[in-house]
Design a protein. Structure first.
Length: 218
């Protein structure tokens, strides 16, 4: 999956001349953590909720009340904009974008074309939406987790067992827990017990919440 297929195309932006107090309201009203800053068609940077909120109290604490409204009308995004913005092209793999956001602790990424023109935006909410979609949650069915060996052909074997039983696989996912490989398979049935039994008969270790309860006890 590519970022260009999941990015937001209709999203809120501000300009360097936008008042900080207005940027704060946009962040609050739209439940955002950051806003991209454009000067005409040029992407010049971004502001975060922390930047905006930090600017307002510093002014309030040093002013008399009668001066507050006047100065709040003068403080603009230009005063707090961050220009070291990270951008990605639309052909970026969605998981690579998620990793970049995680490593750099970013709440979103600007998506630009070959001419560096802003064409989209992808944020944490969109990433969570993609995760839910890729795991097939909203398509129903049942979730089976197999602690799979690190050997060639394991995924093919699991899929073959399920397919031979005439069940459809909705989605698959791969996770690691303490160096143990967990294969998550969502199958199109409300009763996965026959599949689980067949997997165990073939020597596969099917796990569930009870296998991990000892890890999350206080």
């Amino acid at each position: 999956m590519y970022v260009g297929l999941k990015m937001l195309k209709d999203f809120v932006t501000v300009t360097p001349e936008t008042l900080v107090k207005d940027a704060d309201k946009l962040l609050e009203d739209n439940q955002l953590w950051m806003l991209l800053v454009k000067d005409g068609d040029e992407l010049v940077g971004y502001v975060t909720k922390e930047d905006v909120r930090a600017a307002l109290p510093s002014v309030i604490s040093s002013l008399e009340k009668h001066e507050l409204n006047y100065l709040l009308s003068k403080i603009t995004v230009r005063d707090v904009v961050r220009k070291n913005i990270t951008t990605i092209p639309p052909e970026t793999d969605i998981e690579a974008a998620a990793d970049l956001m995680y490593e750099m602790n970013l709440s979103g990424l600007a998506v630009v074309d070959k001419e560096e023109k802003l064409i989209g935006y992808i944020n944490r909410n969109k990433m969570l939406e993609v995760l839910v979609e890729e795991m097939g949650l909203k398509q129903g069915g049942s979730r089976i987790v197999v602690e799979a060996e690190e050997r060639t052909g394991v995924l093919y074997e699991l899929a073959g067992i399920i397919s031979n039983m005439k069940y459809s696989i909705i989605s698959t996912g791969l996770f690691y827990h303490k160096n143990r490989r967990m294969v998550v398979v969502r199958v199109d049935t409300e009763d996965p017990s026959p599949i689980i039994e067949a997997l165990r008969e073939r020597g596969h270790k099917v796990v569930g919440p009870d296998d991990f309860k000892h890890e999350w006890k206080s």
